[in-house]
Design a binder for this molecule. Sequence first.
Ligand code: GAP
Length: 468
Amino acid sequence: MEASDTAADAASTAAEDSVTMDKIVALCKRRGFIFQSSEIYGGLASTYDYGHYGVLLKNNVKHEWRRAVVQERDDVVLLDAAILMHPKTWEASGHLSGFSDPLVQCMGECKRRFRYDHLVEDLEAGGKPTDHVVCPVCGGELSEPREFNLMFETNMGPVKDDASTIFLRPETAQGIFVNFKNVMQFARKKLPMGIAQIGKSFRNEITPGNFIFRTREFEQMEIEYFCAPAEAAAKHKEWMDARLQWYIDLGIRPDHLQMRKHEGDELSHYSSATSDVEYLFPMGWSELEGIANRGSFDLTQHAQFSGEKLEYMDPQTNEKYVPHVIEPSAGADRGTLAFMVDAYDEESVEGRERVVLRLHPRLAPVKVAVLPLFNKDGMPEKARALYEELRGVMQAEYDTGGSIGKRYRRQDEIGTPWGVTIDHQTLEDDTVTLRDRDTLEQTRIPINEVTGELVKRLAADWKTPKLT
Ligand code: GAP
């Protein structure tokens, strides 16, 4: 489970960047990536809706995760389990009794609620005493901490009573454990092997915040990797390396990433070892993904509560055992936020300021914009034909609105890596200019080579451009 996410000492490094969370929130709203949910009713706290570019970006993050952990490996298969699960699941997993945070309420003027452990951490980070913690807003006395279960409850069927109580899943992982037997029957795979799943999870967080970093409804990308007990430590290390590298390969600056090992008292009830991939967000180093060694905890618990045997027999040695599990568990929304924060840049080009999202081309919501210089003289026809060819293979946009400079700025802000301009010369010799978002280089190439060139560039390795 998640560790705390504030580290004041690191915030100073983040401050060297031009990016702030306010700038990201403003860009997301301005360009329609992400909006406050139910805005016309004044908004619902800490819930967000993704607009066109936000959906494209988050889908690309999920697609790249699936590519890396399933498509490019032989040992991981997919699953899509239901959000609603048998209530016994949560007894077995320990969530009913143990998935809680310490809640305190201000007894003074403001009556706000806080996570007690976060208040203590903030004081410790500021070098302040923690023996008498008071409300950070109004200075009032706080109630005694009480454990608050984070699972959302609802009822199944027409009768609302204890017997009909079910829960919105707080993690996708349990859907994988309860399907272990089903998947093993059909996957035609031997251990070690993993099951990967992307889906929504829900937590009634006491203090959500930092935009889409911590919300009550979010998407997870989780792998449960099953292996022999003796292999678990080595597989844990392999997954830590692989998952850290994934963020780097998709353009996050390595010095903005770190792996942090959980201390003994920080470990979740199921974990014998956990390390977090942390990113240097504007508010400091914070968890992006947890990679836990869950041992045989989950399969043992579900076997006990369900009465089903959840074991594996090694076909070579005929040895029977309860597999151990390594769990790389990432947040799709949190990943999306980190990719945006890391890609955000501001610079001055020929005396004009531009905001640019230097996203990896594979993550960019739109790969190419086709821009006819004038909306006349046969240019729109040529441009439209190229656009229709391009959109058959990648997300493309056709943009005729405003000056060419304005159109480039719009595409820069949504992170479009390439722009194709159709001009008078195109009408004479069927060549176009291809503009690179990061270098601003413009090259003239034949119009019939554009699609092939961009397909080639999308498949090629990509290096993070130097941010200004
Ligand atoms: N199955 C293990 C598990 O759920 P976790 O550390 O609680 O572990 C894994 O969650 C990841 O899910 C986190 O690293 C984070 O990226 C994401 N996540 C957790 N709670 C979240 C929240 N309230 N809002 C957004 N993302 C969250």
